[in-house]
Design a protein around this ligand. Sequence first.
Ligand code: BLA
Length: 512
Amino acid sequence: NLLASDITLTNCDREPIHIPGLIQPYGFLLCLDEHTRRIVQTSANVEPVLGLAPPALLGAGLELLLDAAYLAEVDALWPTLTETARLLGVRLTGVAGQPFYKLILHRHDGLVWVEGEPVAEAGNNAFDLPALNLTMGQLLAADSVLECCQIAAEQVQALTGFDRVAIYRFAPDDSGEVIAEAIRPDLAPWLGLRYPASDIPRQARAMYLKNWLRFIPDARYQPVPLVPTLRPGASRPPDMTYAVLRSVSPIHLEYLHNLGSAATMTISLIREGALWGMITCHHETPRLVSYELRELCQFIGKTLSMLLRSKEQQDEQSYRQHVREHQARLFELVTVDSSFTTELAHYTPTLLDMFRCGGAAICYGGEITRLGQTPDEPQIAALVAWLDAHNRQPIFHTDSYPRLNPAGRDIRETASGILAISLSQAPGEYILWFRPEQVQTVTWAGRHEKPVTLADGQVFLSPRQSFEAWKQLVEETAAPWQSFELEAAAAVRQHISDVRLKRFQALEQHAT
Ligand code: BLA
């Protein structure tokens, strides 16, 4: 037994979710040897659907289930099969009641996987081409990442009818934030909520790069084992990375239970080979979404993925433009005749609007002028004294002031991030911009406080603990300053210095 002190987030990373040896019960699975084309494993739940128990199927081929026309289709597909799924609608021989099934076929791990799903109820007409065409047009025309994500969320919700469709974006530290969503009007929004990196462990992220879609139509399911557990000669269960019926981690099922979610569908958003985020769909009651509709949603996910880079560039361009415009406006305000502290502080746009920051301050002539959310005056005075003593550079920046100066911990809420330009050789003269501590700006998605979860004797962190661990990582840090922000600050400093020089020269001329 592990002690509480042994619990680490890496426990989650070690769960072998690709080889559970179990499937979800809404369909059935047959694994065929890719060479002999004989069934080597089946899911234990085949009998009610196929009229045959596993022992009757093992060693046989698909001719037991399909008539000649369907068999010919499978034969034609067989050599072309890869990890990418192919669909075959079939009528199963000898099955009473609902005989129509969709067979989803792919090849992986030496096997050809045949996953059978009952045909979902009619009414879900997946191929509304004009609607899809309209969506594509809107996605292309969107001006920003957020707008693009909002359109995608609304479309996926309209197509599938999920209670909630959220777009979840990862930060560089792998935590994530809900940046767009479409929800049933009576539900509480998740927009802006942040979740720790450990909610989606590393091996799951790696798998979601290979397989674009996960589907759990009923999160309260009883998993169904494979028969036999291991195929002859195998030392581990087969690799279900690409199997849609793969039974998911029990920890994740508990997580869904805590979220109040009975059905989910998740689509990867991949930007230049890296997992950028996910489209996550939730429903309060079980929900079966047809294969075709899932494919259509995947199509939207892939389209969004392709557009991310250009929309991000668009976002960056417009922020740069914003900074440039404010810089130019400040230049106009700070002229030879002005008392520049008044101009900088009181006219709009103010210093505060120039950058994405929480607050700003001008320290000049023994006075401190504060804008927005800032430390108080004595705290700023202490910061300025520290800068005078420790910083020789005209431009100073940090995304973690308390880590540079532990005595500065008291201002971490408003000023974990600092960008400072010195205004003169004289001590104490600065313009400062402040960024708040990330933990302060983050709204955590609160969940039930839970004890550690035991799964097969392993100890896992509960979601609440994983948040605490993440919080420790980002404590006393702010969003980093970008290089073009530093350049813009340097230009403001240069301009003020030029103006003051001119003013000084004018005064000298006047005196002589
Ligand atoms: C998987 N966790 C996931 C997945 C999501 C999330 C989207 C992918 C599986 C799926 O398709 O449902 C998390 N879902 C979220 C988040 C939002 C959301 C953040 O909708 C926000 C909007 N989870 C934990 C902890 C562990 C953990 C502490 O919170 C580990 C101890 C594990 N999460 C975990 C595992 C998986 C997972 C193991 C993989 C499930 C699988 O595919 O088998």
